[in-house]
Design a protein around this ligand. Sequence first.
Ligand SMILES: Nc1ncnc2c1ncn2[C@@H]1O[C@H](COP(=O)(O)OP(=O)(O)OP(=O)(O)O)[C@@H](O)[C@H]1O
Length: 258
Amino acid sequence: MKIELKNVTCGYGKNTIIKDISMEIKSGEALCILGPNGVGKTTLFKTILGFLKLQKGEILIDGRSIYDYKTKELAKIMGYVPQAHNPPFPFKVIDIVLMGRISYMGAFSSPRKKDMDIALRAMETLDILYLKDRIYTEISGGEKQLTLIARALAQEAKMLIMDEPTSNLDFGHQIRVLNHINDLIKSGIGVIMTSHFPNHVFLCATKVSMIKDGKLFKIGTPKQVITKESLKDIYGIDTEVIDIERKHKRNISYCIPV
Ligand SMILES: Nc1ncnc2c1ncn2[C@@H]1O[C@H](COP(=O)(O)OP(=O)(O)OP(=O)(O)O)[C@@H](O)[C@H]1O
């Protein structure tokens, strides 16, 4: 499966936020989008998901415009992990995760045993089974983030769109989620994510694109894109990107401020 963005221009009403961006993501790849606060990463995601209309350009899934897909079809293709939020009703955590199964259920029908099993398995994978009967609005920001990731896993979508999946998480959960993203791409799922941490890109992304002033600034492998020059360009800080040897895993690059 392939999602292609061709000369995408998008924003709110007549206000353009993202200008003329082209990129593509295939199954088994993790594309991380980096860019400063307010540059338009979430706006781009909302447009890919069809919540916002394109101003110009095209978004294609396997060569077909996203606008030619039915909502239910799209829900089986793309799962969305938004930044943690509070829904208007005090749902139980398990109900939030089960919402990932809606596209598999008939109208007005309740979850089958299979849906419940899949939802519970998604929670188990992320070590949050203990939250099952808690009220979503009463759990911590990190627990909400993990719940939303579990909901996307339960959706069994082929492409996951994750808006800052590690925000709100403690160090252990950040690494667990990044490892989980690695497992997902190994299993053939595609991931498009945003992050504010270039080091997270080195840990799980196969591809990275940097956005500056609403335009695509750089795209390539993490090593090609994350350099001291590009970090200075988009964040305005001086860094050093160093290579680190790891005992039991591949060597990795790491950026530190200087
Ligand atoms: N509903 C909206 N209506 C109008 N403008 C909006 C709306 N939501 C966001 N914006 C504006 O669009 C711009 C891009 O916002 P967006 O949330 O896409 O940035 P971002 O790169 O995801 O930021 P961050 O890294 O801080 O989450 C900002 O200037 C923001 O104020």
